[in-house]
Design a protein around this ligand. Structure first.
Ligand SMILES: Cc1ncc(COP(=O)(O)O)c(C=O)c1O
Length: 266
């Protein structure tokens, strides 16, 4: 194993033991480029859960200057604030539900929230007491069955309420449940059809639905932003070996001892 050479490259190293995770931030950039060459649209980099365990600070710091990354996506408000606190200036969308009581933080840190139901919208309106508008992306649930509205009526209703209001609708999005499964192409198709049926002819700054698998195994022209997660970290979404992507994290250890043991029949 090329242990010392890896250390010299200045990558993340855990000290005091011979086992460590090596994070290749240059591979991260290569993967972004590979995915960009496939879909040729800007990306929201998904760096929730400590950037899928790769270290959100280091990951965000290299991605913030990548010309293909237009914004960041995280799961919680805490993760969004952490990104602001390390100087990330791009828009940050919280993909999950932000507690209404934390609305002041949303405004203070200029965070974009997912608007996922009429009740949630009304709750925000009730509590709101700021001058600035609240940036939102409307979440449509087309089959993942997480948060999100499920009908065109509800969508139109929310849009109407958002016009000339405290809300600034910057985007609309959905999330696929099965884009990584070649046996479930129909489920993917029904989700994307439902997404565009619900949006109708409305246009938005950002229309986004493609996660890594959707970008790698399917084609979509209308969405204008891709959300890259697992593939950016170099992992094939279907769990196959993938020559196109470079695995960003590798685990190394130094073998302490090799010994022969007797076979035991149990
Ligand atoms: C709403 C949403 N979009 C995109 C992603 C990124 O998905 P992937 O890692 O499959 O690219 C996630 C990850 O959980 C997500 O929750």
């Amino acid at each position: 194993m090329d242990y010392t050479k890896t250390l010299k490259r200045g990558e993340n190293v855990t000290h005091y033991r011979n086992t460590y995770a090596c994070i290749r931030l240059d591979y991260l950039q290569d993967n972004v480029e590979t995915l960009y060459q496939k879909v040729r649209k800007p990306f929201m980099a998904i760096i929730k859960a400590n950037a899928y365990g790769h270290g959100y600070q280091q990951v965000a710091n290299v991605l913030k200057d990548n010309p293909h990354i237009s914004m960041f996506g995280v799961a919680t408000l805490k993760e969004a604030i952490d990104l602001r606190n390390i100087g990330i200036q791009q828009d940050i969308l919280v993909l999950g539900a932000i507690p209404i009581e934390d609305l002041d933080l949303v405004i203070h840190y200029d965070i974009t929230l997912s608007l996922f139901s009429k009740d949630y919208m009304n709750e925000i309106k009730k509590l709101y007491h700021h001058q600035k508008t609240v940036k939102v992306h409307i979440k449509i649930d087309t089959g993942m069955n997480r948060i999100g509205i499920k009908s065109q009526e509800e969508f139109e209703d929310i849009l109407t309420h958002c016009q000339n209001s405290i809300f600034q609708v910057d985007g609309v999005f959905t999330h696929f449940a099965t884009a990584d499964d070649p046996l479930q192409k129909e489920a993917y198709q029904s989700q994307i059809d439902m997404f565009y049926d619900i949006i109708g002819q409305h246009s938005f700054k950002y229309i986004h639905c493609q996660n890594s698998a959707a970008m790698m195994y399917h084609h979509d022209e209308r969405s204008n932003l891709g959300r890259i997660g697992i593939a950016m970290y170099g992992i094939d979404p279907a769990g196959e070996e993938c020559k196109e992507l470079k695995q960003v994290m590798s685990l190394y250890t130094r073998v302490a001892m090799i010994k022969k043991v007797k076979k035991v029949n149990v």
